[in-house]
Design a protein. Structure first.
Lengths: 144, 159
């Protein structure tokens, strides 16, 4: 009797969490530059040295991936399509496990996490989870 | 020195090739659904011989999936043998490392549950099985990726 109650409680809690997860996952948010806390990597700006590639003349899509991340591959495909589609947009995929200093500094907690940098390297947008292509394109449009 | 590191590199690549097998993503979701059912029944029958047997069985299932491979996992075998042939071909294959990581986390919870229930503490066993049930259900119903959520947090805490 007790067990049945526990099973239902867990399934209900997990369903509520799952619905919340589904609606928030991959959502593109405007990054709060001041709470990004990236002091050890040049103030609030990411540069070519910290991410390993030259910044795009319009924007840079910085993806953090890990070995046990199922949607990282799909995220990579979407961001590669976008960088191929829009001039001046560069995509870089960073192995989170091998760059824990940067991960801590940027407070990356999940993979995939995508940051959109403007031409100067300011973090302008942030999404964790598989982003939708339309959202990435819309976020790029909002940079100008 | 150079040769030995070269040999190591080759071995590492071979290991990567073997562990990075591509699989039908519907397999792990089917497995998650069966695990959900088994874990739910084991919670309802907690403290009885059936409950302990189911916990021991599910511990073995997760151990096989995590340490031997998804091909050795019984629910994966059922999927490939009886269900996959009746389904259309998968749209896309998927890396096997993320579901294997989830099997490892499941094994952790179930090992705690099995030891507790054998030592007579159904309370700890209930809590551990409850976590595993929640994760298995989220995986089956919402395609929840456990590795995405916890792997980096573990890594950040570890060093």
């Amino acid at each position: 009797m007790n067990g049945i109650f526990i099973v239902f409680a867990i399934l209900i809690l997990a369903t509520v969490f799952g619905l919340w997860y589904r609606s928030h996952n991959g959502r593109m948010r405007t990054a709060d530059v001041h709470t990004a806390g990236i002091d050890e990597h040049g103030g609030e700006i990411l540069d070519a040295q910290s991410i390993g590639v030259d910044l795009g003349s319009r924007a840079t899509l910085v993806q953090f991936s890990s070995a046990f991340c199922q949607p990282c591959r799909a995220t990579r495909q979407i961001l590669e399509q976008v960088s191929g589609l829009v001039d001046g947009v560069v995509h870089v995929d960073i192995d989170a496990e091998a760059n824990l200093g940067l991960v801590r500094a940027l407070d990356i907690r999940r993979t995939p996490t995508v940051l959109i940098l403007d031409s100067a390297g300011h973090i302008r947008k942030r999404a964790s989870g598989l982003p939708r292509k339309a959202d990435v394109l819309a976020a790029l449009g909002e940079l100008d | 020195m150079a040769t030995s590191s070269g040999k190591y590199q080759t071995q590492q690549n071979l290991i990567d090739l073997c562990t990075r097998a591509r699989i039908d993503p519907r397999g792990p979701r089917f497995g998650g659904a069966v695990s959900t059912l088994v874990l739910a029944i084991s919670l309802i029958t907690m403290g009885t011989a059936l409950g302990t047997t189911l916990i021991a069985w599910q511990t073995l299932v997760f151990a096989l999936g995590a340490f031997v491979g998804l091909r050795a996992q019984p629910y994966g075998w059922v999927f490939r043998t009886f269900i996959q042939p009746r389904l259309p071909a998968p749209v896309e294959l998927e890396d096997s490392a993320p579901p294997r990581f989830a099997q490892l986390v499941g094994f952790g919870f179930l090992a705690v549950a099995l030891i507790s229930v054998l030592l007579g503490s159904t309370l700890i066993a209930t809590i551990a099985v409850a976590f595993a049930l929640g994760a298995a259900f989220l995986n089956a119903a919402f395609n929840f990726c456990l590795g995405c959520e916890v792997f980096l947090l573990f890594k950040r805490l570890a060093r």
